[in-house]
Design a protein around this ligand. Structure first.
Ligand SMILES: NC(=O)C1=CN([C@@H]2O[C@H](COP(=O)(O)OP(=O)(O)OC[C@H]3O[C@@H](n4cnc5c(N)ncnc54)[C@H](O)[C@@H]3O)[C@@H](O)[C@H]2O)[C@H](O)CC1
Ligand SMILES: [K+]
Length: 453
């Protein structure tokens, strides 16, 4: 099945869940048989009757592969196993039950479907030499590669490539999806992500972002109860206008764009010289702010206020992470990779861990934007989302920041607001379609909201 709202685990968390399952009386062989059956089910779908080469490594990933080969052969598929090394442990039992053709990995025949059971979460070093050459040859010749648990060559936590990676067209995650499926080289090498939980109960404070449940305003609501969002304009008023427009479409009851002749995206957004702090439910500082003296002064003023803040763009270049700890009011940061690195240092691979550390250090909710967007809270919770790559165009960050401010004004809950905004932003992009520009997004936000009511 395609995972939705699923827990995302590290290799260590996966092993702990497996150990708990074994401690509860389940056997490793039973779990590998269940995994093998699930892999064979998916491989049969993708093979469409054509010959299959199954790659089997020396670990349990390989054990799963031998089991899948057996089930596929029993269904009448033409299957050959190409093995790397001698299967040990539980994999040996699975290997011993395979009675079909087995060749050495370097002799693996190129066939339409390749099932990758070389390495799973136990990959511990770069893949080099003969295995690397075989991976290159098989990827080049195969129509479709189905990875068992994770594409061989990917680090299960960071998603970084350890040497060569056997890029998959689909990955069947076993037990739970892994952090490596969502970051680093894992983003491009995992293909369509499928999940079979094998009946394991796995939980994690890190999860895939699910569609939020939103509520329409109540009968007693008015523009102030729904929340006034203030957007601070600066030297590039267009960015602030994009943010203000998104805030207005994103559910805020009232949006004030503060700045001399900043202009407004439409009449529902009110331009004023200043934001009334008594009235503001959330204030967004940063889009198009600039980095001069005036921008620094504005930033300091709002940071020292006790107002709920969203800090984006230029504001993230004017503050330091530790000063945020002094704030007691809810704060959401929406950095892209460069702004994040400046504030918190370059992530060391596992961006999910880095975002969680940053949230812990700053006390703020951190939205680390990228091909995978991570929403992290200081409580250790995180949500992970894969928005459209068409969002990689100027101004879309301003729109997201405005959406965060709107959802904050409505929910008064920073982690929930950031999660809702990231989902709505990605959905608006999907609705806008290819080659979108930032200005296209706002008009699709209400449709995205309607899908959440
Ligand atoms: N999650 C579940 O419910 C289940 C997962 N299963 C499968 O088990 C693997 C993990 O198995 P493990 O034996 O720990 O590791 P691997 O199979 O990934 O292989 C490690 C194996 O390979 C050697 N090795 C590591 N790096 C290299 C390298 N670069 N070159 C050569 N050899 C390398 C290492 O020494 C080990 O021997 C998981 O992914 C699932 O597929 C269970 O089978 C079913 C339930
Ligand atoms: K694999």
């Amino acid at each position: 099945m395609r995972p939705v709202d699923a827990p995302i685990v590290t290799a260590a968390e996966m092993r702990a869940a497996e150990a708990a399952c074994f401690a509860g009386g389940a056997s490793q062989t039973a779990l590998m048989e269940a995994a093998a059956r699930a892999i064979a089910r998916e491989a049969a779908r993708f093979a469409m009757g054509r010959p299959i080469t199954v790659l089997a490594g020396a670990g349990n990933n390989g054990g799963d592969a031998f089991g899948a080969a057996r089930f596929l052969a029993e269904q009448g598929f033409d299957v050959v196993v190409a093995a790397l090394g001698q299967a040990g442990g539980g994999a040996a039992a699975m290997r011993s039950r395979w009675s079909g053709a087995t060749v050495a990995l370097h002799e693996a025949p190129v066939r339409p479907l390749v099932v990758d059971g070389l390495f799973g979460i136990g990959l511990s070093r770069a893949i080099t030499g003969a295995p690397a050459a075989a991976i290159e040859r098989l990827r080049a010749g195969a129509d479709f590669v189905l990875a068992i648990d994770i594409a061989s060559g990917l680090d299960a936590d960071s998603g970084e490539a350890r040497g060569i990676v056997l890029r998959a067209d689909a990955t069947l995650a076993l037990g739970a999806v892994k952090r490596g499926h969502f970051q680093g080289a894992g983003i491009g090498a995992s293909g369509a992500l499928l999940l079979d939980t094998l009946g394991l109960s796995v939980d994690s404070p890190v999860r895939m972002l699910a569609r939020p449940r939103l509520a329409a305003p109540g009968a007693a609501d008015h523009k102030y109860t729904r929340g006034l969002v203030g957007v601070v304009a600066g030297t590039m008023p267009g960015a602030a206008r994009l943010a203000a427009g998104a805030a207005a479409r994103g559910g805020a009851g009232y949006v004030v764009l503060a700045g001399e002749d900043a202009g407004v995206p439409f009449d529902a957004v009110v331009q004023r010289a200043a934001i009334d702090p008594e009235r503001a439910a959330a204030v967004l500082v940063g889009p198009g702010l600039g980095r001069g003296d005036m921008a620094c002064t504005l930033c300091e003023e709002w940071l020292s206020s006790d107002l709920t803040l969203v800090l984006d763009g230029d504001a993230l270049s004017l503050i330091d992470a530790d000063s945020l700890r002094l704030r007691t009011a809810p704060t959401v940061l929406t950095p892209h990779a460069g702004e994040f690195a400046r504030l918190f240092g370059e992530p060391s691979g596992d961006r999910i861990a880095a975002a969680l550390d940053a949230a812990q250090r700053s006390g703020a909710v951190v939205v680390l934007k990228g091909a995978t967007t991570i929403v992290a809270s200081s409580s250790g919770e995180a949500r992970v989302h894969r928005p459209s790559s068409w969002l990689s165009t100027a101004g879309t960050g301003d729109v997201l920041a405005g959406l965060v401010a709107a959802r904050l004004a409505v929910t008064k809950a920073p982690f929930r607001a950031a999660c809702e905004a990231v989902w709505l932003h990605a959905r608006a992009a999907a609705l806008a379609g290819p080659a979108l520009v930032a200005d296209d997004l706002a008009m699709h936000i209400p449709i995205a909201i309607a899908e959440c009511l």
